[in-house]
Write a protein that binds this ligand. Sequence first.
Ligand code: DCP
Ligand code: MG
Length: 377
Amino acid sequence: MRTIGMLRFDDPQIDGSRKILHVDMDAFYASIEQRDHPEYRGKPIIIARHPKENSGKGVVATASYEARKYGVHSAMAAQEAYERCPQAIFVASNHSYYQEVSRQVREIFFRYTDQVEPLSIDEAFLDVTHNKQGLPYAMDIAKAIQKAIYQELQLTCSIGVSYNKFIAKLASDYNKPFGMTVITPKRAPAFLEGLPIEKFYGIGQRSVAKLHDQGIYTGADLKALSQDQCLTLFGKTGLAIYERVRGVDNRLVKTVRQRKSLGKETTFYPFLYHDEEVEAVLRELAQSVAKSLAKHGVHGKVVTLKLRYGDFNTMTRQQSLHDPIKDSDSIYFYALDLFRDYGEASQGVRLLGITLSDLTDVDFENMQLPLYPRLSD
Ligand code: DCP
Ligand code: MG
């Protein structure tokens, strides 16, 4: 347990109980074009309009692995790509078609689990802990998915298999193209210690240069930093980095349909006529909303109180907060505030409800830290 200012942090613990896949298609747009045009196969393909037909403008969306050998990559100016690899075949991007293929890939994922979180057009996290086939080994599911995508769509992907999102994503990138890398909780420490720091979430280009100046190059070097040193070096992100380098990442795989709000309500007969009764119910509702928020790993910025009187006259009032809340005391506080401002128990209360909306994930970026953390040791 660490204490920083008013906050206390438990030392991070590895939760090895989940099975997470990260699937990333190989050279996605270029592979689709090579699939559809056999004459493109084995050749350098660049997804961009040819700079000669585009007054030297344009940016590379992606390039086939054959073109990458010449140093061509995504986001490079098409003109530069042309200079590096003049023999390449330039193909204009057909985004809506690639989107359709992306949907076909996703359909394959859904055979195994509904816990699919698309990250971009060509990558997704899957939580296969409880999968539809009841397969015990995540690696077998990964193999089956890779095979189905190859056989049915004639495309290849790379898959990372691990116990959390962070490591699964690193793993899918580890052996590309058509690779599969499994990182078990046991293998994770050595894997993470050997990684260059730029692979760690939240460490941008500028930080990398600064860290190199301080002799910090690898995961092992990062791991030698205390939590306080991480906070000082990286701000709030430091907490995530401190956890990640220890193989901890408790972020959930979020399904496509994200909850927009989360609420609980309850009805009464006989009606409530006293403030104390209403307060007691609001406290229970707040607890139940807080529990639900925790289960979904979210917090919210808008508290709504719903109140229906005996005559069915219904009132909703809401309060927007500056920062998201998730604990039952805060939810109760704002709901009660709304009730005291707008409610009238003596009219007879038939229904009470509390909803929290404008939900976001609870993660380190939007966590509140005291302005001047008292850095111990
Ligand atoms: N994309 C884009 N512009 C970028 C990056 C990517 O239009 N700056 C598009 C084209 C890619 C697709 O998104 O095909 C997926 O991006 P990836 O980063 O996964 O790259 P690839 O799938 O092309 O290659 P890799 O095999 O490295 O995943
Ligand atoms: Mg890809």
